[in-house]
Ligand binder design. Structure first.
Ligand code: GRG
Length: 312
């Protein structure tokens, strides 16, 4: 992973984003393993192997990492372990969405994170079963972890609602539906923004707003986190479209597929340079929202830059 420029002032030691991402990803893996140990046992064997394949298969783990950073920026004081137990609920939803997105009835993908996709190894039926099991598992995880962190009932319910609303028809599922319906049709820029604000942006935004809500952060910080999440969420998709035409399959860990599936993309609409300019402008918007709210979190500033500079 290449470090993003973080706009550090002279004399200030540069933020080691690579090291931060590596260390945080280890905490995410550990929390995912705890979660599978705690409730994964309820999923019976043929599907359990598919769950492990989809959940413990690497990935950048950005959503829980962003959630943890937002929690700290919001002044939350629970232990890292407790925060990650809450934050991995996002990764359980994300894992199910990737497993189902790769199915033959959707993107029909062979490779994900440099490995054969879950259905290629475990079959379609078990992948549908495993993915469906992850949704209630994520719900149980967020409520259990919220209670363990000492959140009150109302606060825990608010955090869980942020996750479930972002995952649902008004968020990720709705965005995926727009994506499926739009295949083979050239979408306008407005339609593309709406699709990705739902499909990708909603869950990324929830990572930030859940962290701030769990920390009981003041309204100004919560609103900055929502603005940051929305801008970074869209920039993330612009970067995905750029990578689909500029990165190798080896870097991506999957086959570029937008052209094959006749999908509308920011690159097809605007060309490489203008798409990149738009993505960078979104990253600036995200960082400005933090600065206006007085949020100096180095991880959040560096992560915003990383979204556009990443190669996978
Ligand atoms: C049946 C309509 C319907 C919906 C089911 C399948 C599904 C729900 C939703 C799909 C959502 C989806 C695949 C969104 C894409 C999000 C995205 C940009 C994924 C890549 O995220 P990274 O780069 O992946 O963070 P890693 O591998 O690093 O975790």
């Amino acid at each position: 992973m290449t470090s993003a420029p973080t706009g550090e002032s002279p004399g200030v030691e540069p933020f080691d984003l690579d090291g931060h991402l590596r260390q945080e990803a280890r905490s995410v893996e550990a929390a995912l393993e705890r979660s599978l140990d705690r409730i994964g046992g309820l999923i019976s064997e043929p599907a359990a192997a598919a769950v492990s394949h989809g959940v413990l298969s690497g990935g950048k783990r950005l959503r829980p990492i962003l959630c943890h950073a937002a929690y700290r920026a919001g002044g939350g004081l629970a232990s890292d372990e407790q925060v990650y137990d809450l934050a991995v609920s996002l990764e359980l939803i994300h894992a199910y969405s990737l497993m189902h997105d790769d199915l033959p009835c959707m993107d029909d993908a062979e490779l994900r994170r440099g490995r054969p996709t879950t259905h290629r190894v475990h079959g379609e039926e078990r992948t549908v079963w495993a993915g469906a099991s992850l949704i209630p598992m994520a719900t149980s995880q967020v409520l259990w972890a919220g209670e363990r962190m000492g959140l009150g009932r109302q606060q825990a319910a608010e955090v869980a609602s942020l996750l479930l609303e972002a995952a649902g028809a008004g968020g990720m599922v709705g965005g995926q539906a727009l994506d499926l319906l739009g295949e083979g049709r050239r979408l306008t820029a407005g339609e593309l923004d709406t699709l990705h604000r739902h499909k990708t942006g909603a869950l990324l935004t929830a990572a930030l707003t859940m962290g701030a809500a769990a920390a009981a952060a003041p309204a100004s910080i919560r609103s900055a986190m929502a603005t940051y999440g929305q801008a970074v969420g869209l920039a993330f998709q612009v970067a995905d479209d750029l990578l689909d035409v500029t990165a190798t399959a080896e870097e991506l860990g999957k086959k570029p597929s937008d052209q094959e599936l006749a999908k509308s993309t920011y690159v097809a609409l605007f060309g490489l340079e203008e798409a990149r300019r738009r993505g960078n402008a979104l990253v600036s918007q995200a960082r400005e929202a933090l600065l206006r709210a007085g949020v100096e979190s180095r991880p959040l500033h560096a992560l915003a830059e990383f979204v556009m500079s990443r190669r996978r």
